[in-house]
Write a new protein. Sequence first.
Length: 591
Amino acid sequence: NVEELWKWTLTADAVAPCFVRDVMEMKENLVAGIPSLMLLGVDFFWLGRVPCRSVLVVGLVVGIQVYENKIVYTVDDGTAVVDCAQRIQGSKNVKPPSTTKTSATRTTDPTANTTTSTNTNTLTLPKPITRIGLPVNVVGKIQHAFGSRQIVVNQIEVCKSANDELLHWRRVRELHKTHYSLTELFVIPPPAEVGPATPKRAEPSTPSTRGASPVSSIASSPVKPRATKQGPPRLRHPSRLRSQDLTDNTFRIYVKHYMLYASDVPAPSAHMERGSDGNDTSGHDLESTTTTTTTRQGTADQERTPRPAKDRQSAVERTPRPRIKPVNHGASNSCDVSVSTRRGRQTGFTISYLRRVPELADMARRVVIAEAKRRMTEQRRNEKEGRSRSKGVSHRPPITGTMEIIPKEKIPPKMKRLFRWVVVHLLNAGEIVVWDGPMRACSRINNEEISGLWKSGSTSYGRSVGADSTVFSTSNRISQVLGGEEMEGEVSDCGPGEEGYLPVTPALLGYYVEKVMEESELKAVNARRKTESGVGRTPRLGGGITKEDILSRLHRDDRWRFIGEWQVEEALEYLRMKSRVWCPGQERWEL
């Protein structure tokens, strides 16, 4: 998956030691002929077979250019030369000591006023960390600049030894042989395991503290660190897109992104509201609450003056009872939601629901207007070329308003047509399927929940005050534009039998792949029984089913006729990761 590779390139483990020549010759990531999906933020390069975004180079400084807010080091490692731009924070104008003269001097010296006014402010330029001719280590991100590539410096330091450059050469040459230039496909390495961290405790003043309660002993036991859950990848907010980005293809990407990642957020629907009460307060939440309470009690026990007490000593000698739910190594677990359970919780998207999403509705309106402007510009250009060939050339005044380009009453039908075109295109591409389960309620769309799908200019992940305020203000503005009578006239009511859709994910497709495999194994068992009883043909040797057979059986259902082989392969890998299927060999899969 391109997005997973891009996420890995953002980690510290993805920094690739290489030559400057490698930086200049790396192949840019291509997706369907589009170099480096900049719109999605998926920008990285390929160093052989390894995805790369940040590099480590070692070389001599052959040039230094100092600017107000950055320093550009030109580094040469013997293979090529690259500019390394280091941004400087906090460079300001500094006022030097005043050169104002006394009143007596001002009256006699006519140049006194000129001296005072010309030297009021001077600009202090940043100071480089090294000089020309010294070797440096540079860690930074590759970026396009002035028709070439440069490195945006994250860290730069002078080499401590003259052998650092030679050692770097040896290391890079070895990596090219054993890692970068292999013919095998690249696999994201697992993250390095972090050992359990034991919190520090104060040294006991007397032996009587051995009689502490079991609560404090649980609090001071090693705790396994929890992996932080990353949010969905964020696209630029639709209101921040430029005119050249407002195309039907961009709108398709945004609709797919919304359907794919808004499904992770519990949507308000009648089906979910009836079944969500009292079912989400177990498992993880209960465990975190218990752990927090235990830690507070343990801290209070440690701060208390230790006193000998027999009742507390006897409490330790009793059989300890687990406060936290024990780990279950079996296939079923209350905290592990099965594929069928997840399928029951998913809700489909109707076209009426998508048209009521404020960000998508506003973007559809802007795309319709932008396409009309492009057609009008092309028409004017053709007319101008035709008139230039004739003798009489007449110049028409330029169009200066949206209402003159496309009438207001024609915008809503074109928006609806755009939504339908996107849904049909996604269906034909196998990226969404018709859904027969519960649908999302058109009357309830929570702007705070979908605000996590967009990013601001300051950060890509996480919340920021500026980003949220921008999103909410934009949503409010869109709601005002599409509200009231205008909203009722533009968007039709939701029909009770309106068709819904759901994005195709490995988890969703894996449920149906598993059903196909169950039917295949059941047929194999029945054929084996008929053979043993002397009825029927001898079954084919070797069990399991191939992904091609799974795909052909899925295509029998009209819902899955546009599914591709790569999607079945992703679903099988997902099921194997969940320990539900396995591949004994010869590309055959079994439950």
